[in-house]
Design a protein around this ligand. Structure first.
Ligand code: FES
Ligand code: FES
Length: 175
């Protein structure tokens, strides 16, 4: 039943499309969207930003996490139209000039990913944390990624990567 409801939610509605204006990864985006479309589907299907993943589609796994107005959100639970006027950052917006960010490099260095499916969401939850708290404790990191499920790593390398990135960013004056 749950699955059926979820699929129905994703079907295109017959409602008239509505205007959506927002900023995605620093660029202004303007589109006419189905009012029933999720932000996740808008990012993946309309903007072709495939870094944001769909796991459960119902707020349980964190694979779809993006940053919206400074907060980590599950984009599968946000309607695209709710992002009107918002600033959104996806995993594609983390690096600059084709280079990975410090945070992404530390994930690689610490073997904080294996299959990689959870990684974009993990990175965005970690990024939102470091943006508001550049010197988090281990507990604060664990809390920040508590909504992001990983089947592969056991979480320890992820926490180490975030703490290491925080230290390097402080030393570098932020990346
Ligand atoms: S896909 Fe959004 S929380 Fe799982
Ligand atoms: S690296 Fe596979 S789910 Fe996290």
């Amino acid at each position: 039943m749950r699955e059926m409801e979820s699929r129905m939610f994703e079907m295109e509605s017959t409602a008239p499309r509505v205007q959506l204006n927002c900023i995605v990864n620093g660029e202004a985006v303007s589109a006419m969207v189905d009012p029933a479309m999720t932000l996740l589907n808008f990012l993946r299907k309309e903007l072709k930003l495939f870094g944001t993943k769909e796991g459960c589609g119902e707020g349980e796994c964190g694979a779809c996490t993006v940053i919206m107005n400074g907060l980590a959100v599950n984009s599968c639970l946000v309607l695209a139209v709710e992002a009107g006027g918002a600033r959104i950052t996806t995993v594609e917006g983390l690096g600059a000039g084709g280079d990975l960010s410090i945070l992404q490099r530390e994930f690689m260095k610490h073997d904080a990913l294996q299959c990689g499916f959870c990684t974009p969401g993990m990175l965005m939850s970690a990024r939102a944390l470091l943006d508001r708290n550049p010197d988090p404790t281990m507990e604060e990191v664990k809390e920040a990624i508590a909504g992001n499920l990983c089947r592969c790593t056991g979480y320890v390398p992820i926490v180490e990567a975030v703490l290491s990135a925080a230290r390097l960013e402080r030393e570098a004056g932020r990346s």
